[in-house]
Design a protein around this ligand. Structure first.
Ligand code: 13P
Ligand code: SF4
Length: 317
């Protein structure tokens, strides 16, 4: 063991012990998205995609939800379980898709299309959810759109790549798309994926639907983070190119250590990491449990309005 390690390990163990103590004292649950750092995932009571974590938050009957993910996910937890205290390790853990769709602009768009059904991706603010008819996630977007009568025109916000994918899968031409993107997935480039495929000719490709069409066209499977993990685990193949945030590698390596995983860096940061998700740390999680800050606070009236489209989605099994 190196010198640095002997100094750092007790520190890390102390933080972990503090988190576990605080979790007991607060009667808290730790929910973590797949894009969180491995040490956070290891401590979590549940690791999942947006849909799984929303369901888990809804059924929690303790006192505090410590949401290790990004702010819109914690807001969703609060909307679905408003009597709980919901904290996030870092209040700056945002999302480029949320930023791309301010509620005031959506209201203006709705005024121009009064007969349209508004389908909003879960990666939106509580205010945008409150303006929506139904919410979807990357796991159920096709199913959600298929639940809407075929003759009803749809406004789909805010992810243009997910929207295009849903249009293609459902064959519906009456979907108008908002033009927001994810800074991580939308900057994955087809030519880089093609180069990775040439380098690893036996590898299968799994991609998140937030990726651009040229990437999705090369994919053997398209799905949410958890769906990608489930699909990879079910394949007899040994090698995979994974077109999503590299945090999923932790579960993949734990559940299938003998398979090989390749991540293709995007053209934004030359990495596959979400800078918002990676703002959360164990120390910030400990402090959030200690101070119960940063805490999600939403007006009861907003919660009521935002809950309706979320519950419509959750009712679709
Ligand atoms: P998932 O619902 O697939 O986990 O996606 C969340 C997300 O933010 C993808 O970038
Ligand atoms: Fe938002 Fe993209 Fe980060 Fe997901 S990966 S939280 S969509 S910025």
């Amino acid at each position: 063991m190196g010198e640095g390690r002997t100094r750092e390990m007790p520190l890390l163990e102390t933080v972990v012990d503090e988190i576990l103590d605080l979790k007991r004292q607060r009667n808290a649950i730790l929910l973590a998205h797949h894009y969180q750092e491995p040490e956070i995932q290891e401590l979590a009571d549940a690791v999942g995609d947006s849909l799984e974590l929303a369901r888990r938050a809804q059924s929690f009957d303790g006192d505090v939800i410590a949401f290790c993910g990004v702010w819109f996910m914690a807001e969703t937890a609060k909307i679905l379980n408003p009597s709980k205290t919901v904290v996030v390790p870092d209040a700056e853990a945002g999302c480029s898709l949320v930023d791309a769709c301010p509620a005031s602009q959506l209201r203006a768009w709705k005024r121009k299309h009064p007969d349209h059904v508004v389908v909003s991706y879960i990666n939106t603010s509580a205010e945008v959810k409150a303006e929506s008819d139904i919410i979807c996630t990357s796991r159920n977007a096709v199913k959600v759109v298929e639940s809407i009568p075929a003759d009803r025109p749809i406004l789909f916000v805010p992810d243009v790549n997910l929207g295009r994918y849903v249009k293609e899968q459902t064959g519906r031409s009456n979907i108008t798309l908002w033009h927001g993107t994810c800074i991580v997935h939308a900057t994955f480039a087809g030519r880089r994926l093609a180069a990775a495929k040439a380098q690893h000719p036996d590898a299968l490709v799994a991609a998140h639907p937030e990726c651009p069409p040229e990437v999705l066209r090369m994919a053997d499977f398209i799905g949410s983070t958890s769906a990608i993990i489930e699909w990879v685990l079910a394949q007899p193949a040994r090698e995979f190119i994974i077109m999503t945030e590299s945090g999923v590698e932790h579960t993949l390596k734990r559940r299938a250590p003998d398979k090989r995983y390749y991540f293709v860096p995007n053209e934004q940061c030359n990495c596959s990491e979400c800078p918002y998700m990676k703002r959360n740390t164990l120390e910030k999680l400990r402090d959030a449990l200690l101070r119960l800050e940063p805490r999600v606070e939403l007006a009861p009236e907003l919660i009521e309005r935002a809950r309706i489209p979320l519950e419509r989605m959750l009712a679709l099994r």
